[in-house]
Design a binder for this molecule. Structure first.
Ligand SMILES: [Cu+2]
Length: 125
């Protein structure tokens, strides 16, 4: 009897752990039409192998959405001031990121080395 209760307890604990783990790993790659997304300060379209617009400027705390309107998958790789990686953004998908700190965030696409852009984040007033 005691062993049975212990097994039941272990099973509940395992389910709870999985639930917490799956919440923590939620992806930032979303469909462009998601409703509960943060307010978007700027939208960049990824089309014909380019980020359009290539250079953007936002305030600290601002959120940028990249929408892949292309037929090929792309990604965004930032090296400085913070290392950041979007993961693969497939056609029809979007990636959203909020920039908390001011700085110049240069990025490129790993698949196509001519695809580059920069996010200039001004300090919040
Ligand atoms: Cu690309």
């Amino acid at each position: 009897m005691k062993r049975r209760i212990l097994l039941l307890f272990a099973a509940i604990l395992a389910v709870a752990t999985i639930a917490i783990a799956s919440t923590a790993c939620s992806s930032t790659t979303t469909t462009a039409s998601e409703e509960d997304a943060p307010a978007i300060a700027m939208t960049v379209h990824v089309k014909d192998g380019e980020f359009d617009p290539r250079d953007i400027e936002i305030e600290a705390g601002g959120t940028v959405m990249w929408i892949n309107d292309d037929i090929a998958p792309h990604d965004l790789h930032f090296l400085a001031p913070n290392k950041l990686y979007s993961g693969v953004v497939r056609p029809g998908k979007a990636w959203i990121h909020t920039f908390a700190a001011a700085g110049n965030y240069d990025y490129y696409c790993d698949f196509h080395n001519t695809m580059k852009g920069v996010v200039v984040v001004r300090p919040a007033p």
